[in-house]
Ligand binder design. Structure first.
Ligand code: PT1
Length: 283
């Protein structure tokens, strides 16, 4: 199996999905302070159990993250992050062949996670950390490049764009070029506009409405909107009441060509994008 197959089909670890079918990426936070499921999956057994339930519910990928990147979050050390994610990745890999992505910006964590059994890098900083491009070029695994304006601690303080869609398109051009120059295969690249990362409600809505613009790059598009504050603002609802709104946004994303939906609510999202896709694929 070539690296290209591994990416375009997400067939890492023996998984062979239908290429025309959008995938659910289930969120597995292993941070004590995460905004959703706070601390809930912090023990190893609970994290593993949660991953297996998400797999049974239809997740095609489990996204393991040990650094919170929600608005206002503070950075963690390499050792702290390694200590959170590596045992969880090893435990999942012992029980399941499901593709695992590692949600990190640190090259040391990327490498250790892949060695521990992860298959995909998910980087909200789009490999801008020192050494990250080279590590991913070496590892030859799929990588999601996400757009963020600013850094999590301060990114929601007056985000500003001349044109949010054009600026993010330019960002992807630059980062994809940096990746390819570093030796990362184009077939290994996934892009994500980064909903809620240095964006106002208006920016987020405009981005979602224009999501299909990013199909021009001819690489898979990943979208993460589940439980985010854009839903809170639209619905005037706390985190636990954002499910139905999040489903609507996921459907709008898939309708416009998103390939992967990152969500906490796997079963609900799987069903919604399944029926959405049936209509989308009809002649
Ligand atoms: C995402 C994403 C991510 N989101 C990718 N990785 C988070 N590829 C973590 C809010 O506005 O969208 N894509 N990893 C979680 N980050 C946030 C950001 C959580 C904003 C909440 C908000 O509430």
């Amino acid at each position: 199996m070539s690296d290209a197959d591994c990416v375009s089909q997400f067939s890492c670890a023996g998984y062979r999905p239908d290429l025309n079918f959008p995938k659910v990426m289930g969120v597995l936070n292993v941070t004590p302070d995460s905004f959703s499921d706070a601390g809930q999956f912090y023990s190893l057994d609970e994290a593993l159990e949660r991953a297996l339930v998400m797999e049974a519910d239809g997740a095609a990928i489990i996204d393991v993250g040990g650094e919170s990147t929600r608005p206002g979050a503070t950075p963690v050390s390499v050792d702290e992050e390694l200590g959170r994610v590596i045992p969880v990745i090893e435990a999942i890999r012992k029980e399941s062949l499901i593709p695992i992505s590692i949600d990190t910006s640190k090259p040391e964590v990327m490498e250790a996670a892949i060695i521990a059994g992860a298959n995909i890098i998910n980087d909200v900083r789009a490999l801008q950390a020192h050494g990250a491009l080279d590590v991913v070029a070496q590892l030859q695994v799929p990588v999601c490049l996400m757009h963020m304006q600013g850094m999590p601690g301060t990114m929601q303080i007056q985000p500003k764009y001349h044109s949010v869609v054009d600026e993010i398109r330019f960002f992807f051009q630059q980062r994809m070029m940096a990746c390819i120059n570093a030796g990362i295969l184009r077939e290994n690249i996934i892009i994500d506009p980064g909903f809620g990362f240095g964006k106002t409600l208006k920016h987020n809505i405009k981005l979602l409405k224009n999501l299909s613009v990013f199909l021009d790059f001819d690489v898979p598009i990943l979208v993460g909107v589940s439980r985010k504050s854009m839903l809170g603002m639209l619905l005037d609802a706390p985190i636990e009441k954002r499910l139905h709104g999040g489903i609507a946004l996921a459907v709008l994303a898939v309708w416009q060509g998103a390939s992967i939906i990152r969500t906490h609510d796997v079963k609900e999202t799987f069903d919604a994008i399944h029926v959405c896709n049936a209509v989308k694929q009809s002649s």
